[in-house]
Design a binder for this molecule. Structure first.
Ligand code: SF4
Length: 442
């Protein structure tokens, strides 16, 4: 459990020498408890106190970073059970399984498709994070060749899984300056895996169907000098998997139980498993197969859960021209909340009607929320019109407000003399009908 300010104060020299930049040791202790200063700012902390303070300052779930040439996938460092308490930090890495029994050309072609797969969601590019190679032939040469085939088309991080740790050496020797994940260490083979992880500086996955066994294994492996561990709790079914994942997160966060203070990995073969693992609480997912129709909703789900609820996804405020608008075409107004922007922009674009889309700075809020918070009003809209130089650019001055803020039309007219202010539809889906029926554009 993290120490309180008073507990930290008791470990400090209590001389109030001010060298840390604070007037008293107590003030410094309070800042340290809030993680707003570094312990190193006090030069007089004893070695014994340092050890205690550093232990309490360590994150309850260790940060594990898998690396390859140009890529990094992080898991861990989470501090809450529920996203609304603060935020979740590191999106679970999505890795697609490839088997060593596949033909080299098949591996290359599939790995290339996985590498290139990219979807654009509200302006954010979402992709798969890497590859999980399974030694299903139990032949070191085949494993090595599979990894080489992947590396010929992609540099994304890899995981390598085998029941026989001795099979992994030749494959791992090919990886230059990378941090892969290897596994899975069990009660039967953990020593060999620990030696291998140490030799190749790899992170190590540890597998068991009980939390007690996982905790025993991590302590033994840590004793061998391997600290970058990932837990693989093997549930009997979906419900059991959820229970294990939740208990592990609880033990790490609420009881600060260090033996399970590591991110987890889930092997997923069904969509339900994938969705559950993203929501609660896997740090890495290994997907059984590459299926684009499953990946798209999964990537979007992950993006939404791992977005800071206090920082909405935003687009840059300003003027966006859609379908090559002329100076006589209307100006549509909206806010810079990404989902609002893309709903409007996509409807206009697919309708084929031209528009100047004026996106105001509403601190990333949607139209009604921004209006209620005083971030989307006549003054701001008028300011955005002037900032975009629309007085000069537009010859037929028509401004279309979102239907949800029809109440603003009078004030906007007063702020923008010479502009014809129209009230548009409440829903973006009705924009084409509005063009046809109200603006009378064919
Ligand atoms: S430098 Fe250390 S001893 Fe001096 S006031 Fe700060 S915390 Fe106290």
């Amino acid at each position: 459990m993290a120490l309180t300010g008073i507990q930290i104060y008791k470990l400090l020299p209590q001389t109030n020498c001010k060298e840390c930049g604070f007037p008293t040791c107590l003030a410094f202790a309070m800042k340290l408890a809030a993680k707003q200063v570094e312990l190193s700012a006090c030069p007089y902390v004893s070695e014994e106190a340092k050890a205690q303070l550093e232990e309490s300052a360590a994150p309850p779930i260790r940060l594990i970073t898998l690396k390859s040439n140009g890529y990094e996938v992080k898991a861990g460092n989470e501090v809450v059970m529920f996203r609304h308490e603060k935020t979740f930090y590191n999106k679970p890495g999505l890795f697609v399984k490839l088997q060593s029994s596949a033909l080299e050309e098949e591996v290359k072609s599939l790995a290339k498709r996985i590498h290139d797969y990219c979807v654009n969601y509200v302006g954010i590019e979402l992709q798969v994070d890497g590859f999980a190679v399974e030694d299903d032939t139990h032949q070191p040469d085949k494993l090595k060749a599979t990894l080489a085939a992947i590396r010929s088309v992609s540099n994304k991080p890899v995981m390598i899984f085998s029941d026989y740790p001795e099979n992994l050496g030749p494959a791992l020797e090919q990886l230059d300056n990378e941090v892969p994940l290897i596994g899975c260490a069990t009660s039967d083979n953990w020593e060999k895996f620990a030696d291998l992880a140490k030799r190749f500086k790899a992170a190590l996955a540890v597998k068991a169907d009980q939390i007690e066994t996982l905790a025993e294994l991590t302590e033994k492996i840590k004793g061998k000098g391997v600290e970058d561990l990932v837990l693989v709790p093997m549930g009997k079914n979906l419900g059991h998997e959820l229970m294990l994942q939740t208990q592990l997160r609880r033990l790490a966060l609420k009881a600060n139980y260090r033996p399970v203070g590591y991110p987890t990995l889930a092997f997923c073969s069904s969509q339900a498993q994938m969705v559950q693992a993203i929501a609660k609480y896997a740090g890495f997912l290994v997907l059984d197969a590459f299926a684009e129709d499953l990946l798209y909703p999964l990537l979007v789900l992950r993006q939404n859960i791992y977005t800071d609820p206090q920082k909405p996804i935003q687009v840059q405020p300003g003027l966006y021209e859609i379908n090559n608008p002329q100076p006589t075409d209307p100006v549509l107004v909206t806010t810079n909340f990404s989902i609002t922007y893309f709903s409007v922009a996509n409807e206009v674009e697919s309708s084929g009607y031209p528009a100047h889309l004026l996106v105001t700075d509403a601190e990333g809020m949607s139209v009604l929320t921004a209006w209620a918070a005083g971030k989307f009003d006549a003054e701001r809209i008028a300011k955005a019109v002037r900032a975009a130089n629309l007085e000069e650019k537009i010859t037929r001055k028509r401004l279309v407000l979102p239907g949800a803020v029809a109440v603003l039309s009078g004030e906007v007219e007063a702020e923008l003399p010479g502009w014809e202010v129209r009230v548009g539809p409440r829903e973006a889906v009705d924009i084409p009908k509005f063009y046809k029926q109200v603006l009378q554009v064919n």
